[in-house]
Design a protein around this ligand. Structure first.
Ligand SMILES: [Mg+2]
Ligand SMILES: [Zn+2]
Length: 186
């Protein structure tokens, strides 16, 4: 029962859902149209699906804990409607310089730090050596590299402009292409 499983760590904004300045209410969360089928495919291949998202809007005082919880309930609902079950959603509520303590803190979970990936790996018996991260930002790629997983930059969200700031294993047009391409080399 303690066998390690591979996971795909998933950035949220710009990767699973359409990038907005602030996703504050459930209605602000719009799934990228191919996200459901992409995640279904990854789950079918045996990957745990774990969302890892920086939410410094919490530290900056413009997003409450309950608003964030409601948004994540909505994310789970939308994906469940597509037959996808997430293993976990981890978020970093911190910012190193903005807002007030305790959320204003130099933490180990804000990507590009690998804390969320390492924490989830321990909690869910993840084999990092067979795992991946998919994200639209250089800090997603760096967090993955620091955790020892393979990395895919998607060109949705901020991806186009982040390309030159990182060296991912794969660059894919969107989450659907990322799923397809990482499965081909797993
Ligand atoms: Mg993002
Ligand atoms: Zn943090």
């Amino acid at each position: 029962m303690n066998e390690l499983r591979p996971a795909v760590f998933l950035d949220r904004d710009g990767t699973l859902n359409v990038e907005r300045d602030l996703v504050r209410a459930p209605a602000d969360l719009e799934l990228i149209s191919t996200a459901g089928s992409a995640l279904r495919q990854l789950a079918r291949a045996g990957f745990l699906l774990i969302v890892v998202t920086n939410q410094s809007a919490r530290a900056r005082g413009i997003l409450s804990a309950s608003e964030l919880e409601d948004v994540h309930e909505r994310l789970k609902e939308l994906l469940e409607a597509e037959g996808v079950e997430l293993t976990d959603i981890l978020h970093c509520p911190h910012h190193p310089t903005e807002g007030e303590p305790p959320l204003r803190v130099e933490c180990e979970c804000r990507k590009p730090a690998p804390g969320m990936l390492l924490h989830a790996a321990a909690a869910h018996q993840v084999d990092l050596s067979r795992s991946w991260i998919i994200g639209d930002a250089a800090r997603d790629i760096e967090a993955g590299q620091r955790a020892g997983v393979r990395t895919v930059l998607v060109l949705t969200g901020k991806g186009e402009s982040e390309q030159e700031r990182c060296s991912p294993d794969l660059i894919s047009a969107d989450i659907a292409a990322a799923a397809h391409e990482l499965l081909a080399c797993s």
